[in-house]
Each structure stands twice: as C-alpha cells, then as structure tokens.
Design a protein around this ligand. Sequence first.
Ligand code: ZN
Ligand code: ZN
Length: 778
Amino acid sequence: MLIRVALPVPLYREFDYLPSSNNTNSANTLTDSASNVAALPPIGGRVQVSFGRQTLIGIVVDHIDSNQSDVPLNKLKAIKQVIDTAPIFDLQMLSLARWLASYYHYPLGDVLSVMLPTLIRQGKPLDMLVTHWRILPNVSEDDFHSNAHKQKQQFAMLKLHGEHGASEDTLLLEGMERPFLKRLEENGLIEHFLEEQAAPRPVTLAKMPLTLNEQQQQAVDKIVATAKQAKYGGFLLNGVTGSGKTEVYLQAMQTILEAGKQVLVLVPEIGLTPQTRARFAARFAANILLLHSGLNVTQRLHGWEDCRQGRAQIIIGTRSSILHPFADLGLIVVDESHDQSYKQQDTLRYHAADVALYRGYQLGIPVVLGTATPSLEHLKLVQDGKLTELLLTQRAGNAKEATMQLVDARDTPTKYSDSPAAPTQQASLLPNLKGSQNTGLTDDTIVAIRETLEAGEQVLVFLNRRGYAPILLCEACGWQADCVRCEAHMTVHHSQLNTQQPSYLKCHHCDWQASIPLACPDCASVNLNAVGMGTTRLTESLHALFSNPQTSKKTYPIIQIDRDTTRKKDSWEDIYRRINSGNPAILVGTQMVAKGHHFPNVTLVCLPNADRGFLSPDFRSPEHTAQLIVQVAGRSGRGSKPGKVLIQTVQPENPLLRKLVRDGYQPFALELLKERKMLGLPPYTYGALIRCEAKTLQQATQVLKDAIVIMPPHELAILGPIDAPMKMKNSRYHSQLLLLSKQRPQLHQLLNFWWPQVLQLPSAKYLKLTLDVDPIGW
Ligand SMILES: [Zn+2]
Ligand SMILES: [Zn+2]
C-alpha cells in the first residue's frame, strides 16, 4: 500500500509516499494483510515527508494500491515521520476540503493549510491529555517532613483537592510551583497522571426566553422541526431591523443545545463585540467559545480542539470558524448574512454563507441566514426554492420603524464662511487649506438636526470617509496630490480644532504618508485647497454650527467615530459612555457605526452622500449601498421613540432610490433582481474573476491575453482583459478577466481544465495570478 498525501504547495495534485521505513519491510513481504494496513498512518492524520529539498508536513488523504500511483515505485520516498496515530480530520472534513478545492479551484494541500491552525500545520502534537497531580493513597501529613511553612501550605492545598487531585493548570493558578510538585513526586508522596479534559456539563437555561410573536414562533418551529428530523434545511430569516431575529436564534438554539449538540453562530468581522457574547451568555449556562482574528496561535489551537472535541457548546466566530471541525454540530446561524466580510478576499476565496449551506447539507442540519437586507443571491435561492424564507415584518415591543426621506441636495453646497471653525492662525503649519466652510448638509437637514437636539435627542450623521478631505487640489493648475504607489488620491489629514494633531497626506490603500506641500509642486502656487468632506472636516463644520459658544445659544457635543478616533485602547468605552449618557449630541461616524451597535437615543440619521453608490460603475453598488443605508437607518429609533432618516441626494428622481425609500428594502431588491436577470448578470449568471498582479500593466495584461488564446471552445461570456478598478495599488499593476456562464457546471468544467494550464503559461512566471469564483466585486 502507498500513502497519498496533500502538501501545502501550490500544485494541483497530491503526492504518493511509501509507508515509513520501519514498516517498509513488512510492506514488501506482506501483500494484503490486515496488520500491514493497520500500521499505515491514518487517513486524516499528519505525516512529515521530504519534498524536493524541503521537509513538509502534510495530511494523509488516501491509502492506495502500489499500482495506482503514476510514479514508479523505486522513485517514491518513504514517509519520514507519522505525527498522528489517530486522524485529526474525519472523512467529513476531508470531503469538505475536497469540495472547497474543487469549487474554488484551489489546490487541496493549500485548502487544508487554510483550514488548519498554525500550530497544527507546524506539526505540534495534539496533546489532548492534561496533567493531573494527586497525593498517593496512604500518604498523610505525617509523611511530609518539612519545616518550610510555604511547602506545608502547598501540600495542604493539594490535599484539599481530595483523592483525585487537580489539574496542573488549576494548581499553578492557585500558586503551586512545578519544582515543588516534582520534588514531592521524587520523595514518593504524590504522583502525576494524564487525563482527558472533562466533558462539558449539559447546557441549561440561565434566563427565561422572551415571549415570541406569531411570526417569530413560526420561524422557531420550522427550524426546530427540521433539526428534530435530523435533516438539512436552508432558511433565510428575513426580518426588518428590530424584529427580534436574535430571539429566534436563541430559542431555536435552545432545543439543539438541550439535545447535547453544538451551535455555530457566524458574525461579521466588525460585529464581534463583547456584547455579542454577553447576549448568549445571559441566556445559556454553556461553554461559549469566541473565535476571531485577535486570537494568538495557542488560543486558536485550543479553540479548534474545543470545537473538534465538543467541549465548546456555543461557538461565536467570524468567517473562518465555518472551516472548523465539530464533534456534533446541530445548527449553523449566519448573522447579517449579506455582509461582505463573509467573503474571503485572498488565498482560498470562499464565501462563509455558501460554505455554511454546504456543511448543513453535508451534516443534515438546519442553517439559518439572518438579515434585514438579504443579498440578491439569497433572494434568488428563495425564488428557486432552495432556501425557505422566514419573514419577520413586525418590530418587537412598541418600537416603531424609522421613516426614510429623500432630501434634494442639488442646491448645496451652502457656504458657512461666516462661522469659522476655530482661530485659523493656529493651523499655520498648513500652507493655505482654506477651502469653503461647506458642511455638505442642506438647510433642511441642518434644521432637522437642530430640532432633534433641542428636543433632547441624539443625531447620527453617517459619512463613509475618514480624514479631513479626500483631495488636495491646486486651484491654479489643477494638480492633485496622488499616491505615488496607487492610482488614488491622498487623503488630507488635518484638524483645525485640535492643533496638536499633525497635518499630513495619507493614502488609505497602501498607508503611504507624505507631508502637505507648502506650494503646488507643479506651478508653485500656494493656492492649495482641500476638496470634499471627510469625517474630521464634517465634525468641525458641525462644531461651528452647534458647538461654538460664540455663534450658538446652546452647544452640543459632537462625537466623531471612525478608525482614527477609536484607535486607542479605551476609546470605544469612552465613546460609549458619552453616547449612553443619553444627552443630546451629534455622532459623526463611518461604517464602523453601521453594524452591531445600538444607539437608543438616536432619533435622526442623516446620510449626506450615501446615494453616491447608485452612480457607481460596479453593478453591485446599488445593492450594497442600499444595504448600508438600511443598516445605518436601523441604528435609530430602536427604543420607543420613532426614528427619521434623511438621505441627501443629487438624484432625487432616481427610480431605484425612490423605491427603496418609499417601499423598503425587499421590494427594492426584487426590482434589482429583475434588472440583473434582464442584463444577464449574477445571480442569473455565474462568474469567475481572474486577476493578475505584475510590475507593469503590460505584463499583467499579456498573461490574460495568452490565457484567452489557450481557452478551449466554450459558451461563456469573456470580458477583458481590462484594468482592475484600481489599476495600480502598492506599486503593482492589476489587470483582470471576467468569465460569465449561464450554467454553473459549464463554468467549472472550463476552469477544471483550463485554469491549471493558465498557471503554467510562460508569461505567468513570477506573476501573481488569482482566481475568484463567485466574486463579490469587479
Ligand atoms: Zn499648481
Ligand atoms: Zn497608495
């Protein structure tokens, strides 16, 4: 028999090895004996092998007959070392890996690398056993001869744990020292033994569930019924903001947890706040595991093992948690399932919601995709009968839905030059950043803000652009400060209010920084102007209107929430404290505020330029913009106070935007779906995006041209090669090719055959070529 191994190398194949040298002899003499097979490293376990000049760790994916290898036997090397005597991956996980490899056209060995924690990949032994220490039977205090007070004390502590003793971790936490334990062992007084970590206690309810309304009850019943029949069911829990989706998750989870099964809850990257955990911990007395990008390698390994061994009962995690092995998974919830952070944007470009549905199908369990703004892909799955829609149309309790309203912004900018933000002399480090005092807000919006503040309530102004201004422009010759490494403007960072803060230019794509020139580098004019509005500038403009004691009778605090103001460790807590005080205030925030946060006193939300997405060349932009608008709108009026949402727009006649505001997200999304169908765009066609990154644009484009030449006959639509949306990023050029197919199988057939050949093209050498199946942007 031979061992087939998947190795972490970018090659679309697996590799065969002879069993390790100490059982090669028996392999030669015995042909089909059971004892021989038993000696083989297990499928799903790790082995160390030599590969070229390197030593690599791979996963055994199969045992094959020696005549099945395409490599002659005398050319095969033997396995160097067997790391696991029991599989770390069961057959189900291996078949998941194979599915990922074939669906995303990514090498199996690399897929496994993505699925495994770093320490496992490095070959760390999976030591599931825990060292325990206990006092030997028949040993009493009299046998313990020591005058040292401390040692006596420690011995007494160990004695308190009874005849079974305690784990070393526990003892160390109690202040025991390892050398001391060792010495006592040498003296024949205590002993250590290994024990498997204790299984968790059954989950119990820590708090009574809330009463459900009829729609919520129906949703819970359907999910639970599917779980009880132990079969797959894909659900789209489509509920308006505040309709109590989480309560549906919690009550469906209860049945599954009480049956002793695990529940996985996926959350978007940005939504993983301590509050998420608190919500689940308040309901269930259970082992709750949080998996997110902030964990170190040891914590990751422990988390992975806790999932695999079943010690973790509720697992709350971001995207990659869906690739974990589970002992007995009973339900998967994907919260905010439309969120784009579920799509991995490098290496294995999987979509966690799609993988969740696959795993649910594989395991025969229900999968719940919950959102207020379903993606068009998921709505189409409902239309095709592949997902069951569970609608929640009522807000829970007495909460009222926010009303959306369009504000015609074609007449802005209004100038507010009479109310300077601060003594401008102090900002003299800057050349001449005069700009207009344009707030970017219409008079109507400003009046609404003032009325809300005077009523003692809070306002949220949403602007998805941090910094002072997005462009630095020379008024004399039109020069703009661009990043030297990217096809992008440098953002002006500057503060008139806080003169301590340095002023500089920064590229938000590659983080390159430069100082603000005193004069235009092209024409030497000092007439440089910061153009456009970032959160810092908006904050300052609002400050001039609402916080300046010289111009306002009453002043209100303005709280800026973006990556620049929340960078410091405790800044979020501080911001929360100020907001939760409930006093009238204006919050200015980027998309950081759109998800997962609750601002109960916000009754007015203003979106000065959120309609821009409706003008973007990206066909997905209206969908994503609408989702963002609805998400931001959902921050308001969550208490008993109704909320109002003002969307400033320069295209008040735009039919889609009007539909969104008048009828809400669902009718808007169905309208968009019709449009996509007419235009033959996803989800009515299936896409794959090929990108090439190179030192020159010519190189990047050439590969893609060559790739088209070697394409077999097909019925796909091929768009490109064209420049990527950002043609130059970080000094590298990007070109792309888009494949659209009416049938999914046709797309995969072509990619199976063609993609490995593209990677072998002479012009592809030393370039970075990537393939993205079901891309979410191009
Ligand atoms: Zn100039
Ligand atoms: Zn840059």
